[in-house]
Every structure is written in structure tokens, then in C-alpha cells.
Ligand binder design. Sequence first.
Ligand code: ATP
Ligand code: MG
Length: 215
Amino acid sequence: MILAFLNQKGGVGKTTLAVHVAAALARNGARVLLIDADPQGSALDWAACRTADPLFPVIGFPKPKLHKEVPAHIPHYEYIIIDGPPRVNELARSAIMAADWVVIPVQPSPYDVWAAKDIVDLIREATTYRETLKSVFVINRRIVNTAIGRDVAEALAGYDIPVLATHIGQRVAFAESAANGSTVLEDDPGSLASKEILALAEELLGRKTKQEAAT
Ligand SMILES: Nc1ncnc2c1ncn2[C@@H]1O[C@H](COP(=O)(O)OP(=O)(O)OP(=O)(O)O)[C@@H](O)[C@H]1O
Ligand SMILES: [Mg+2]
């Protein structure tokens, strides 16, 4: 299963969620590879400042040939997670071509929802020749104890892409854990942040299973 975290908008949580979903999947002993496809190299930086044993390998491949590189890794990993670049460009196109699933983090703000149009258009373009490509929105940085605004829910419904039921809250633990190459799953396994991440990974796997059953 190849999951690409993509959104051309910067700072929406692509790297945070890619690292955490990779960690959640690796926890159960699955072989996971994280590919940093962002020239900024944030996931590589995360791995470099880690002092604990690696949970999974992280490789950098911020090149438009990504979709040609990924198949060589498929036999060796159950899950390949791609952390995408904050641009709509050849790199993002290549990440979409490489992926089974595109996961689009969005913050619960109408601006973010409108800005998602670019990535939605790119996915739509790709599905014309990749019918099996799946995509989902995941709401990240939701302010705890607030409803997602009606505007946001309505605007997201306007796209032809489902929104995951799991939302990830605005929690400082995500930034804190990143600072030492760790994850909330390791730093505070019982925390709400951890529970949200595990729920997110489970929901993604559940969708995959459903998809497989249907085909
Ligand atoms: N749920 C969250 N709660 C609190 N902080 C968060 C959350 N998600 C992300 N952040 C913080 O927001 C900042 C941006 O997140 P991140 O780097 O994951 O976004 P990105 O989409 O990968 O950005 P870029 O487009 O630059 O690659 C980081 O400082 C991160 O720690
Ligand atoms: Mg990033």
C-alpha cells in the first residue's frame, strides 16, 4: 500500500502525519518505508535528529522520477509512505502517479479548503488514466472542543473526495515530539494525540480493506 501525503499548501501537516502514520503502521511490526519527496527534506531532518533506534527507514527522493523509483521498493515493504512537497509541480504529479492513496491534510479553515482545489484538480487529472487511485481529506489541527465550522464541512463536501471521520487536533505534542525525531506514539502513548494517530492509521487501513473486498 502506497500512501502519499500531499497538499500544495504549506504547513498543513503533510510531514507530521506522514511520519506519524508511518510510525503507527511500523508499531505492529509491518515493514514501512518513508520517502521524503519534498526538497525541503523535513522528514529526513526528523530522522537525522532522532536518537532512539529508527522505527523505519527514511530515504530522500525529491525527483519527478519518483513514480519510477517506488516500484523497486514494493517487494520489500508492506507500506510505503510518501511525504510530498508544498507545490503543484512535477514532483507532486509523480507522487500521485506512485500512490494507491493520496491523503490530503487540510486545516479546518475555509481558506485551506479553497486552496485544496489545486491538489483536487491534480488528482482528477490523474484519475483519468489511473482509475484505481483513491484520495481522502484528513482534517488536521482542529482546535480541540470546537465543531468543524459548517463552512468547512460544506466546502469540503463540494469536492468529490471523502473526508475521514478521524480528525487530528491542534496539539503541541506533535511539534514537541518532532523536535527530537520522535513521535507522540513514543513520547506519550496514552495521549489523545496518540489515540488520534492510531485511529487515523486504522481508518486508512479499513478503507484499504474495504476497497480490496470490493474488487
Ligand atoms: N495537529 C497538529 N497540532 C499542532 N501542531 C501541528 C499539527 N500538525 C502539524 N503541526 C505543526 O505545524 C507545522 C507544519 O507542519 P508540517 O511540517 O507537518 O506541515 P507540512 O504540510 O509538511 O509543511 P510543508 O508544506 O512546509 O512541507 C509544524 O511545526 C508542525 O509541528
Ligand atoms: Mg512537509
